[in-house]
Write a protein that binds this ligand. Structure first.
Ligand SMILES: C[S@@+](CC[C@H](N)C(=O)[O-])C[C@H]1O[C@@H](n2cnc3c(N)ncnc32)[C@H](O)[C@@H]1O
Length: 300
């Protein structure tokens, strides 16, 4: 029973597992199974009575299934965790871990279209979902493109870029990655690779509705966490981290979006005031860990 390290090197592994497990006999959720690195470490820290329900929306991750009777691996978006847990007769769990974004395998696998070296402009973690990156790029209005590129990509000249994409698709649809790069090339500012990475990240976040799914997971966590249960989230993007930080602190998704009645005491207690970051050694061993931020909260 080995995690697939070539698929993805788990980030902030010890800190995440230590923050998650309060009861070795408990029930846990790994919302983002990937190569199974975190899942394996969770199982190693549970007793024979403990159980883990793991989720991934990418079918390719299922090949990394851990052969351990205590682990159930489910092919689904983590938006639907509650339904699947109910199906398995589970109402409450002792901890939920989510290690957001994409795995190294997904980024490197050219057929998935996440990288600017790939041909297909796809970027769907679940190929059965209806909208690909090419669909989005050809269908979104200039205003919508601007919003995504500035909010999720933090691209400095998002307005100019959104206009350039709309101009390019007027002459011919943007069908593949090469077409998109040709449209972007004349307006690139600063370091080319970094700029393209920001643009591709923004499109990926929108294609997979990553912020929408995260908000649903956070809201669901309140219903399914047992008292003293832990919520442990690793983010790689400032928008994700902001959403998690505000939710853990006050049950809102941002400074002005209130979900819960503020006159009531909020039912999560933040465990670490500042996010936990990988140290220099981990960043040297795994460059993809460099933007990671780990936040932990406990259900009161
Ligand atoms: C950063 S990787 C997780 C790596 C994993 N912790 C490990 O140790 O190998 C993120 C994984 O979560 C999956 N994922 C991302 N968003 C998801 C969602 N909304 N629902 C289910 N799986 C999701 C991706 O397909 C990917 O395999």
């Amino acid at each position: 029973m080995k995690p697939n390290d070539a698929f993805h090197k788990p980030v902030l592994l010890d800190q995440a597992v230590e923050g998650l497990i309060s009861d070795r006999d408990g029930l846990y959720v790994d919302a983002t199974f990937g190569g199974g690195g975190h899942a394996k470490a969770i199982l190693d820290n549970l007793s024979p009575k403990g159980r883990l329900f793991a989720f991934d929306q990418d079918k390719d991750a299922l090949a990394n299934k851990l052969h351990d009777d205590r682990c159930t691996l489910i092919h689904s978006n983590f938006r639907f965790i509650r339904n699947f847990l109910r199906y398995h007769g589970v109402e409450k769990v002792h901890g939920i871990l989510a290690d957001l974004g994409v795995s190294s395998f997904q980024l490197d696998e050219l057929s998935k279209g996440f990288s600017f070296d790939s041909e297909d402009l796809d970027m769907r973690m679940n190929p059965a979902s209806p909208i690909s990156a090419a669909d989005l790029i050809n269908q979104l209005s200039e205003i919508e493109l601007l919003k995504i590129l500035s909010e999720y990509g933090e691209v400095r000249n998002a307005k100019t870029l959104a206009r350039a994409i709309v101009q390019a698709r007027l002459s011919a649809p943007i069908k593949n990655t090469q077409n998109l790069i040709q449209a972007i090339e004349p307006v690139i500012m600063g370091h080319r690779t970094r700029y393209l990475a920001q643009v591709f990240q923004a499109i990926r976040i929108k294609v997979n509705d990553e912020i929408g799914a995260l908000k649903e997971l956070l809201t669901t966590s309140i219903d399914i966490l047992a008292p003293r249960g832990r919520l442990v989230i690793i983010t790689y993007h400032s928008v994700e981290d902001r959403v998690v930080k505000h939710f853990m602190k006050s049950g809102t998704f941002g400074p002005d979006i209130s979900l819960f009645n503020p006159s009531h005491d909020w039912i999560l207690k933040t465990i670490n005031k500042k996010p936990i970051r990988p140290d220099a050694d981990e960043i040297r061993r795994n460059r993809r860990s460099r933007s990671a931020k780990l936040r932990i909260a406990e259900r009161i």
